[in-house]
Design a protein around this ligand. Structure first.
Ligand code: ADP
Length: 500
């Protein structure tokens, strides 16, 4: 029987999704299921690993069932996942020893503060490309080993396995036959040397983590194993894995150094492929491994905006200025400008290039004539300004001047925002027809590994432009607006810092 489809499993923070793609990269079937978020204490976030697996399995069966696909029709499975989330389980029984500690969980912040006091931050940065943070898996693994009774002893006896979500899913799909991860996911653990491409002994010693719990690390496009027959009634190669943002970079076909994509969701994630070179940022960006089709590793620079689409949600839910997020576009177009108003949505501080956890949301430039539409427009524009700040430092760090900028994510549907982004960046913004780039990236990685697609050139043919936004703003106006933004950010900095 003909292998018609490639399956992408997209295991996200709030839901598990499955998409079946055909050779042209068309979506043939989709299923999605939300699962429980567990908040045991303020700032703590957990998932039940069995719910992650059960929801992912059920959407896979559902998506296949919708179009009558059986294991025999599937060429390969690719996985993309919420990054950094940490699971430890019993090697024999497959039972998790604790809930998954989710990337957002802040329970190990104190450990990171201690690490910085001990002056270990630079070592971490040099080896892993990361800026030490409780997001990454290392301190989460240590927390489980230190706090769950008996787990450290069992781990030292070789009875416990660790995995990020990709590893956990592969282990379950193969019924415990395969314990692997890919380079992109390994690069988010804060235990992996991204230059030497191995688990780092010094870091393992520092965090007191036994090496035997760690998975084998493999390229993102590679046959890791096949599904156990009892899982889906046939054996399907599991042939691709990448963290969500790296999968999106691949799904956007950003295969060359200098190509970048930005995902406009709750927050924004900007990634630039930097090719074979791992570039260390001078401006607080992260250096990470990018997903690639070959055996050779490629790198990316990554920056994020904490509050992007979330600021539109705030206008809708707290300010009651909008019924839907999509309405924001009409409001923006109802006024010619913001009347000099800037909104800096620094609700949780500001990331790169400002790095100020004490910055807070700020509105400046109010005059008597300012209407709701001006405030909405200033909020939408703030998304583009924040992304431009990131893109500028990326350009400086990499020395690469890009002219193209690929976009995806929910808020990329806003045409006003995309035009303003092109204007403020002075770059061509390109929005593809298929904005399911995360799943597409996972499918491409798996499909290339099994020869369903030949190579990167082959999948590139599937990338179809929906709309291009060309920069139209005059340089003088662009410079003036960006100066204004910088000044507005200046007013938001250090706001929440206690006075002495
Ligand atoms: P996530 O994957 O982070 O949940 P999505 O990619 O689904 O996010 O995008 C949803 C976010 O985008 C929400 O924060 C929403 O406010 C914002 N959003 C969605 N549509 C629009 C729009 N047309 N204009 C502006 N923001 C939008």
């Amino acid at each position: 029987m003909k292998k018609k489809y490639v399956i992408a499993l997209d295991q996200g923070t709030t839901s598990s999704r499955c998409i079946l793609f055909d050779k042209r990269g068309h979506i043939c079937s989709v299923a999605q299921k939300e699962f429980e978020q567990i908040y045991p204490k303020p700032g703590w976030v957990e998932h039940n690993p069995m719910h992650i697996w059960a929801s992912q399995f059920s959407v896979m069966a559902e998506a296949m069932g919708q179009i009558g696909a059986t294991a025999a029709n599937i060429a390969a499975i690719g996985i993309t996942n919420q990054r950094e989330t940490t699971i430890l389980w019993d090697k024999e029984t497959g039972e998790p020893v604790y809930n998954a500690i989710v990337w957002q969980c802040r329970r190990t912040s104190d450990r990171i503060d201690a690490l910085n006091r001990e002056g270990f931050g630079e070592t971490i940065k040099q080896k892993t490309g990361l800026i030490p943070d409780a997001y990454f898996s290392a301190t989460k693994i240590k927390w489980i080993l230190d706090h769950v009774e008996g787990v450290r002893e069992r781990a030292e006896r070789g009875e416990i396995l660790f995995g990020t979500v990709d590893t956990w899913l592969i282990w379950n799909l193969t019924k415990g036959q395969v314990h692997v991860t890919d380079y992109t996911n390994a690069s988010r653990t804060m235990l992996f040397d991204i230059h030497k491409l191995c688990w780092d002994e010094e870091l393992l010693n520092y965090f007191d983590i036994p090496r035997c719990i760690l998975p084998q690390v493999r390229p993102s496009s590679s046959v890791y194993g096949t599904t156990a027959a009892e899982v889906l009634g046939g054996s399907i190669p599991i042939a691709g894995a990448a963290g969500d943002q790296q999968a999106a970079l691949f799904g956007q076909c950003c295969f060359e150094a200098g190509e970048m994509k930005n995902t406009y969701g709750t927050g924004c994630f900007l990634l630039m492929n930097t090719g074979k070179e791992a570039i260390h940022s001078k401006h607080g960006l992260i250096t990470t491994i990018a997903a690639s089709a070959g055996q050779q590793v490629e790198y990316a620079l990554e920056g994020s905006v904490f509050v992007a689409g979330a600021a539109i949600q705030w206008l809708r839910d707290e300010m009651d200025m909008l019924d839907t997020a999509a309405e924001s576009e009409k409001a923006c177009l109802a006024v010619p400008d913001t009347q000099g108003v800037y909104v800096v949505p620094a609700f949780t501080g500001l990331g790169a290039p400002w790095w100020d956890q004490y910055a807070r949301g700020t509105i400046v430039g109010l005059t008597r004539g300012v209407k709701k539409e001006h405030l909405i427009r200033a909020t939408v524009e703030s998304i583009a300004y924040q992304v431009s700040d990131l893109a500028s430092v990326m350009e400086r760090d990499s020395g690469i001047v890009s002219r193209h900028f690929k976009v995806d994510g929910g808020a990329s549907a806003n045409n006003f925002l995309m035009q303003f982004q092109a204007d403020i960046l002075n770059m061509q913004v390109e929005r593809p027809i298929c904005i399911e780039t995360t799943s597409l990236g996972a499918a491409y990685l798996a499909g290339i590994a099994v020869g369903y697609w030949k190579d990167c050139e082959d999948v590139k043919k599937n990338w179809k432009l929906a709309r291009t936004f060309l920069p139209e703003m005059e340089e003088e106006r662009r410079a003036k607006l960006r100066r204004g933004w910088k000044k507005a950010v200046g007013h938001s900095l250090a706001w929440a810092k206690e006075e002495d």
